[in-house]
Design a protein. Structure first.
Length: 242
Protein backbone atom coordinates (compact mmCIF):
# COMPACT_ATOMS: atom_id res chain seq x y z
CA UNK A 1 0.00 0.00 0.00
CA UNK A 2 1.36 3.44 -0.96
CA UNK A 3 1.92 5.73 2.06
CA UNK A 4 -0.30 8.81 2.25
CA UNK A 5 1.27 12.04 0.95
CA UNK A 6 3.56 13.78 3.43
CA UNK A 7 3.41 10.79 5.80
CA UNK A 8 6.60 8.96 6.74
CA UNK A 9 7.15 5.65 5.03
CA UNK A 10 6.76 2.72 7.42
CA UNK A 11 10.00 1.18 8.62
CA UNK A 12 10.86 -2.48 8.25
CA UNK A 13 8.33 -4.69 9.99
CA UNK A 14 8.97 -7.64 12.26
CA UNK A 15 10.07 -10.99 10.88
CA UNK A 16 7.21 -12.90 9.25
CA UNK A 17 5.43 -15.69 11.07
CA UNK A 18 6.82 -18.94 9.63
CA UNK A 19 4.16 -21.64 9.34
CA UNK A 20 4.31 -25.40 8.76
CA UNK A 21 1.07 -26.68 7.19
CA UNK A 22 0.16 -30.28 8.03
CA UNK A 23 -2.86 -31.96 6.41
CA UNK A 24 -3.34 -35.42 4.94
CA UNK A 25 -5.43 -34.04 2.06
CA UNK A 26 -2.89 -32.64 -0.38
CA UNK A 27 -5.35 -30.31 -2.11
CA UNK A 28 -6.42 -28.89 1.25
CA UNK A 29 -2.82 -28.49 2.40
CA UNK A 30 -1.87 -26.74 -0.83
CA UNK A 31 -4.90 -24.44 -0.58
CA UNK A 32 -4.09 -23.47 3.01
CA UNK A 33 -0.43 -22.91 2.15
CA UNK A 34 -1.29 -20.75 -0.85
CA UNK A 35 -3.65 -18.65 1.26
CA UNK A 36 -1.10 -18.18 4.04
CA UNK A 37 1.53 -17.11 1.48
CA UNK A 38 -0.87 -14.42 0.27
CA UNK A 39 -1.05 -12.80 3.72
CA UNK A 40 1.30 -10.03 4.78
CA UNK A 41 3.35 -11.04 7.80
CA UNK A 42 3.31 -14.79 7.09
CA UNK A 43 5.38 -17.27 5.13
CA UNK A 44 5.16 -21.03 4.68
CA UNK A 45 8.19 -22.92 5.96
CA UNK A 46 7.02 -26.38 4.87
CA UNK A 47 4.01 -28.45 3.88
CA UNK A 48 3.57 -32.03 5.15
CA UNK A 49 0.93 -34.67 4.48
CA UNK A 50 1.59 -36.99 7.42
CA UNK A 51 3.04 -36.96 10.92
CA UNK A 52 6.43 -38.37 9.92
CA UNK A 53 6.95 -35.69 7.28
CA UNK A 54 5.81 -32.98 9.69
CA UNK A 55 8.28 -34.08 12.36
CA UNK A 56 11.05 -34.34 9.76
CA UNK A 57 10.31 -30.81 8.54
CA UNK A 58 10.36 -29.41 12.07
CA UNK A 59 13.66 -31.16 12.80
CA UNK A 60 15.19 -29.88 9.57
CA UNK A 61 14.13 -26.29 10.22
CA UNK A 62 15.45 -26.44 13.79
CA UNK A 63 18.76 -27.96 12.67
CA UNK A 64 19.17 -25.20 10.09
CA UNK A 65 18.48 -22.51 12.68
CA UNK A 66 15.29 -21.40 10.94
CA UNK A 67 12.58 -20.67 13.47
CA UNK A 68 9.13 -22.13 12.93
CA UNK A 69 6.52 -20.08 14.76
CA UNK A 70 3.24 -21.85 14.07
CA UNK A 71 2.04 -25.27 12.92
CA UNK A 72 -1.36 -25.51 11.26
CA UNK A 73 -1.87 -29.10 12.39
CA UNK A 74 -4.53 -31.54 11.23
CA UNK A 75 -5.42 -34.08 13.91
CA UNK A 76 -6.31 -36.97 11.59
CA UNK A 77 -3.18 -38.09 9.74
CA UNK A 78 -2.55 -41.40 7.91
CA UNK A 79 0.39 -42.64 9.97
CA UNK A 80 0.03 -41.10 13.43
CA UNK A 81 -2.20 -38.59 15.17
CA UNK A 82 -1.63 -34.87 15.00
CA UNK A 83 -1.46 -35.08 18.79
CA UNK A 84 1.71 -37.16 18.34
CA UNK A 85 3.22 -34.31 16.34
CA UNK A 86 2.22 -31.93 19.12
CA UNK A 87 3.85 -34.22 21.70
CA UNK A 88 7.04 -34.24 19.62
CA UNK A 89 7.04 -30.42 19.54
CA UNK A 90 6.63 -30.22 23.29
CA UNK A 91 9.10 -33.04 23.98
CA UNK A 92 11.75 -31.41 21.79
CA UNK A 93 11.12 -28.10 23.58
CA UNK A 94 10.57 -26.29 20.28
CA UNK A 95 9.22 -22.73 20.68
CA UNK A 96 6.37 -23.45 18.26
CA UNK A 97 2.69 -22.62 18.65
CA UNK A 98 0.04 -25.04 17.41
CA UNK A 99 -3.27 -24.30 15.72
CA UNK A 100 -5.22 -27.56 15.57
CA UNK A 101 -7.51 -28.09 12.58
CA UNK A 102 -9.98 -30.97 12.75
CA UNK A 103 -13.56 -32.03 12.23
CA UNK A 104 -13.65 -33.35 15.80
CA UNK A 105 -15.90 -31.39 18.14
CA UNK A 106 -16.03 -33.73 21.14
CA UNK A 107 -14.85 -32.78 24.61
CA UNK A 108 -12.09 -35.41 24.65
CA UNK A 109 -10.49 -33.97 21.51
CA UNK A 110 -10.70 -30.44 22.84
CA UNK A 111 -9.12 -31.59 26.10
CA UNK A 112 -6.35 -33.43 24.24
CA UNK A 113 -5.52 -30.29 22.26
CA UNK A 114 -5.45 -28.24 25.45
CA UNK A 115 -3.14 -30.72 27.17
CA UNK A 116 -0.70 -30.44 24.24
CA UNK A 117 -0.64 -26.66 24.63
CA UNK A 118 -2.51 -25.81 21.43
CA UNK A 119 -2.84 -22.08 20.85
CA UNK A 120 -6.14 -22.51 19.04
CA UNK A 121 -8.61 -25.02 17.61
CA UNK A 122 -10.31 -24.60 14.24
CA UNK A 123 -13.16 -26.95 13.30
CA UNK A 124 -13.39 -28.24 9.72
CA UNK A 125 -14.88 -27.26 7.41
CA UNK A 126 -13.93 -23.63 7.86
CA UNK A 127 -13.78 -20.62 5.58
CA UNK A 128 -10.74 -18.56 4.65
CA UNK A 129 -12.37 -15.74 6.62
CA UNK A 130 -12.29 -17.91 9.75
CA UNK A 131 -8.68 -18.93 9.08
CA UNK A 132 -7.76 -15.30 8.51
CA UNK A 133 -9.39 -14.40 11.83
CA UNK A 134 -7.34 -17.01 13.68
CA UNK A 135 -4.10 -15.94 12.00
CA UNK A 136 -4.79 -12.25 12.58
CA UNK A 137 -5.50 -12.93 16.25
CA UNK A 138 -2.27 -14.93 16.49
CA UNK A 139 -0.25 -12.16 14.87
CA UNK A 140 -1.71 -9.63 17.31
CA UNK A 141 -0.93 -12.02 20.19
CA UNK A 142 2.73 -12.21 19.11
CA UNK A 143 2.99 -8.45 18.68
CA UNK A 144 1.65 -7.85 22.18
CA UNK A 145 4.24 -10.21 23.61
CA UNK A 146 6.95 -8.56 21.53
CA UNK A 147 5.93 -5.12 22.75
CA UNK A 148 6.52 -5.59 26.48
CA UNK A 149 8.63 -7.36 29.06
CA UNK A 150 6.26 -7.28 32.02
CA UNK A 151 2.48 -7.55 32.10
CA UNK A 152 -0.22 -6.82 34.65
CA UNK A 153 -2.75 -9.56 35.39
CA UNK A 154 -5.42 -7.79 33.31
CA UNK A 155 -3.05 -7.74 30.33
CA UNK A 156 -2.31 -11.44 30.76
CA UNK A 157 -6.02 -12.22 30.94
CA UNK A 158 -6.56 -10.36 27.67
CA UNK A 159 -3.66 -12.18 26.00
CA UNK A 160 -5.16 -15.54 26.92
CA UNK A 161 -8.73 -14.51 26.19
CA UNK A 162 -9.85 -14.72 29.81
CA UNK A 163 -12.21 -12.44 31.73
CA UNK A 164 -14.06 -10.36 29.20
CA UNK A 165 -12.56 -11.93 26.09
CA UNK A 166 -13.88 -14.64 23.82
CA UNK A 167 -12.43 -17.89 22.55
CA UNK A 168 -10.48 -16.00 19.88
CA UNK A 169 -8.60 -13.99 22.51
CA UNK A 170 -10.53 -10.88 21.41
CA UNK A 171 -12.14 -8.28 23.67
CA UNK A 172 -15.77 -8.89 24.53
CA UNK A 173 -18.08 -7.91 21.69
CA UNK A 174 -15.53 -8.36 18.88
CA UNK A 175 -15.67 -11.32 16.50
CA UNK A 176 -12.85 -12.90 14.52
CA UNK A 177 -14.95 -12.84 11.34
CA UNK A 178 -15.58 -9.09 11.48
CA UNK A 179 -11.97 -8.46 12.49
CA UNK A 180 -10.87 -10.35 9.38
CA UNK A 181 -13.17 -8.24 7.20
CA UNK A 182 -11.91 -4.97 8.71
CA UNK A 183 -8.33 -6.18 8.15
CA UNK A 184 -9.14 -7.08 4.55
CA UNK A 185 -10.70 -3.68 3.80
CA UNK A 186 -7.68 -1.85 5.24
CA UNK A 187 -5.20 -4.14 3.50
CA UNK A 188 -6.84 -3.63 0.10
CA UNK A 189 -7.22 0.14 0.48
CA UNK A 190 -4.91 2.37 -1.56
CA UNK A 191 -4.87 5.02 1.17
CA UNK A 192 -5.58 5.19 4.91
CA UNK A 193 -9.25 4.97 5.90
CA UNK A 194 -11.26 6.60 8.66
CA UNK A 195 -13.58 4.69 10.98
CA UNK A 196 -16.51 6.13 9.06
CA UNK A 197 -15.15 4.86 5.74
CA UNK A 198 -14.55 1.37 7.13
CA UNK A 199 -18.03 1.42 8.66
CA UNK A 200 -19.59 2.33 5.31
CA UNK A 201 -17.66 -0.40 3.48
CA UNK A 202 -18.82 -3.12 5.88
CA UNK A 203 -22.24 -1.79 6.93
CA UNK A 204 -21.09 -1.29 10.52
CA UNK A 205 -21.69 1.57 12.90
CA UNK A 206 -18.86 4.08 13.18
CA UNK A 207 -18.42 3.18 16.87
CA UNK A 208 -18.13 -0.54 16.08
CA UNK A 209 -15.65 0.07 13.26
CA UNK A 210 -13.54 2.24 15.55
CA UNK A 211 -13.41 -0.55 18.19
CA UNK A 212 -11.99 -2.99 15.64
CA UNK A 213 -9.54 -0.41 14.30
CA UNK A 214 -8.30 0.45 17.78
CA UNK A 215 -7.91 -3.26 18.53
CA UNK A 216 -5.74 -3.66 15.43
CA UNK A 217 -3.77 -0.56 16.41
CA UNK A 218 -3.05 -1.99 19.86
CA UNK A 219 -1.77 -5.10 18.13
CA UNK A 220 0.58 -2.99 15.97
CA UNK A 221 -1.19 -4.12 12.79
CA UNK A 222 -2.34 -0.65 11.77
CA UNK A 223 -0.86 2.83 11.98
CA UNK A 224 -3.14 5.70 12.93
CA UNK A 225 -2.62 9.33 12.12
CA UNK A 226 -4.54 12.59 11.79
CA UNK A 227 -6.08 13.39 8.43
CA UNK A 228 -5.48 17.05 7.71
CA UNK A 229 -7.10 19.24 5.11
CA UNK A 230 -10.67 18.55 6.23
CA UNK A 231 -12.93 21.16 7.86
CA UNK A 232 -13.10 21.19 11.64
CA UNK A 233 -11.33 18.80 13.95
CA UNK A 234 -8.78 16.55 12.20
CA UNK A 235 -10.18 13.08 11.52
CA UNK A 236 -8.26 9.96 12.56
CA UNK A 237 -7.36 7.58 9.76
CA UNK A 238 -5.88 4.10 9.83
CA UNK A 239 -3.36 2.44 7.52
CA UNK A 240 -2.65 -1.29 7.39
CA UNK A 241 0.96 -2.21 8.13
CA UNK A 242 0.39 -5.92 8.88
Amino acid sequence: MTPAPDSPAPGPGPDPVRVVVVDDEQITAASHAEYIRSLDGFEVAAVAYNAQAAIAALRAEAAAGRAVDLVLLDVTLPDRSGYDVARFIRGADLPVDILMVTARRDAASLRAASLQGAYGYLVKPFSFTQLHGKLTAYLAFRERLRGGTSFAQADIDRLWGREGGDAEGLPKGLSAETLAEVSRVLGEAEAPLSAGEVAAALDLSRVTARRYLEHLHRGALVRKQSRHGTPGRPEIEYAWVG
